[in-house]
Design a protein around this ligand. Structure first.
Ligand code: GLV
Ligand code: MN
Ligand code: MN
Length: 409
């Protein structure tokens, strides 16, 4: 194997720019929510590239797409991948980088005439974001057998659409079976989406694992009434309880400390009018921690606060878990190898945990898995301003290239 092989950073960048045209937002950034028309356009583009590169494309029953490059021998492939869906106001790099770097690696090996011993695969998984259909990492959960296919297909999205119907509508309900992943190892290149690498002047992150994630939906039911005539003592105000919860989660994160983060990202009041006490509030709480004990403590404290505050206001509560994942540790030898390859390439490197959820955390349950991070400018992600410099994208892809060719040797 040629030790000095490097990717073509300009070619990778140009594919990133072209994929960003699918679902492009007027002010920059991308809206490619899972299983929408924009997602279909993005999928068609990437599948077209896979076919141009001679990959054998399979699509499974939840719409995960795998492009396979033959090895000198048969056997389980070394898989690269990520996702191409985005949040509604997403960036051009989250997910896309890992998938398009996989294609770039295939093309680099083709150009150099290198055929690895094991096959290589480039995959993109359906609905990683979970912004439209919950939970997140939906496609990789089905791929690895952790979420039943029927349940995933029946999932109703935030817009009332049914995942299985949308999958069929965009033409990506494939035939390949799910739940029997045959993968030798999985490596995902991704943007950090946080501030650490940039702040420390590091180019490569060797990701040790992913923090635990807990998503809860709360429906608060009160009584709608006139804002001018209803005495304060007689109110059953769902909006007030929601606001108390939103402010409590900030205190909760501060009190628990360490890595605890807590977010109310969605809140809708009904009827949402200036002069009407809200009868209903629909809200979400996202809690995350690298330490599962502390995450469970945060969940308990939140549940107590919600129950107590709602009761005092005469508001009833319905609670629904949207996602719950324990923290995941990646394969120690692979994390170590990411670090050592970066050093061999004279790239600055740092070990860190991932704050965001990733398909790699699901693959880690079925094969050795790891992730490579590259810096996010200003630590901004899930936003149209998301940006990673071309040289950082290329550096991450170089590390990916070296690691997967070693794993496939
Ligand atoms: C998914 O990308 C998440 O971390 O919210
Ligand atoms: Mn992502
Ligand atoms: Mn994301």
């Amino acid at each position: 194997m040629r030790q000095n092989l490097r990717v073509n950073g300009a070619r990778l960048w140009s594919r990133l720019e072209r994929l960003a045209e699918a679902g492009a937002l007027p002010d920059g950034g991308v809206n490619r929510l899972a299983l929408t028309e924009a997602d279909r356009q993005g999928r068609d583009l990437v599948v077209g590239w896979m076919r141009e590169l001679g990959l054998a494309v399979t699509i499974d029953a939840i719409g995960n797409v795998v492009g396979l490059r033959r090895g000198r021998e048969d056997g389980l492939p070394v898989m690269m991948g990520s996702h191409i869906d985005t949040v509604r106001t997403g960036g051009r790099f989250d997910g896309a980088l890992g998938v398009l770097a996989g294609l770039e690696i295939v093309q680099t090996l083709d150009d150099a005439g290198v055929v690895t011993r094991r096959p290589l695969a480039v995959a993109f998984f359906t609905n990683e974001e979970g912004a439209r259909f919950q939970p997140d990492m939906f496609g990789s959960l089905v791929f690895t057998g952790a979420l039943p296919l029927e349940k995933a297909l029946a999932t109703v999205g935030v817009d009332g659409a049914v995942a299985g119907e949308e999958l069929a509508r965009i033409g990506y309900a494939g035939e390949a079976p799910v739940g029997r992943p045959n993968v030798h190892a999985y490596v995902e290149l991704h943007v950090e989406q946080g501030p650490t690498l940039e702040a420390e002047g590091c180019t490569i992150g060797a990701v040790e694992g992913v923090q635990g994630i807990s998503w809860t939906e709360l429906t608060l039911n009160g009584q709608s009434n006139h804002a001018g005539t209803t005495p304060m003592r007689m109110r059953r105000d769902a909006g007030y309880v929601a606001a108390e919860i939103a402010s409590y989660v900030r205190r909760l994160a501060r009190d628990i400390g360490g890595n605890q983060v807590a977010t109310v990202g969605a809140l809708t009041l009904t009827p949402n009018l200036v002069n009407v006490v809200a009868e209903k509030a629909l809200m979400t709480v996202d809690l995350r921690n690298t330490d599962n004990e502390r995450l469970m403590e945060a969940e308990r404290r939140l549940a107590d606060f919600v129950a107590k505050t709602a009761k005092a206001e005469g508001v009833t509560v319905e609670t629904r878990s949207l996602a719950r994942f324990d923290p995941v540790a990646f394969s120690a030898p692979l994390v170590h190898r990411v670090e050592s390859i970066a050093r061999e390439f004279e790239l600055s490197v740092k070990r860190l945990p991932s704050g965001a959820g990733h398909d790699a955390q699901m693959l880690a349950a079925v094969c050795p898995a790891c992730m490579i991070f590259v810096p996010s400018a200003g630590g901004v992600s899930h936003d149209i301003e998301e940006y990673t410099a071309p040289e950082h994208c290329a550096a991450g892809a170089d590390v990916l290239l070296r690691l997967v060719t070693e794993l496939a040797a």
